[in-house]
Write a protein that binds this ligand. Structure first.
Ligand SMILES: [Zn+2]
Length: 42
């Protein structure tokens, strides 16, 4: 059943930065939907 979960996440579209449109790494989702560059502009 774990394999089904992996497939589910694989099918999710990549997040994009709301500021510049760069693809945002999933590990940054706790910061919202901004990439590293835009996160520097607090
Ligand atoms: Zn950005």
């Amino acid at each position: 059943m774990i394999e089904n979960a992996v497939e589910f996440f694989k099918n999710l579209p990549p997040k994009k930065c709301t500021e510049c449109g760069e693809t945002v790494s999933e590990q940054h989702e706790c910061y919202g939907t901004k990439c590293d560059k835009c996160l520097d502009f607090k």
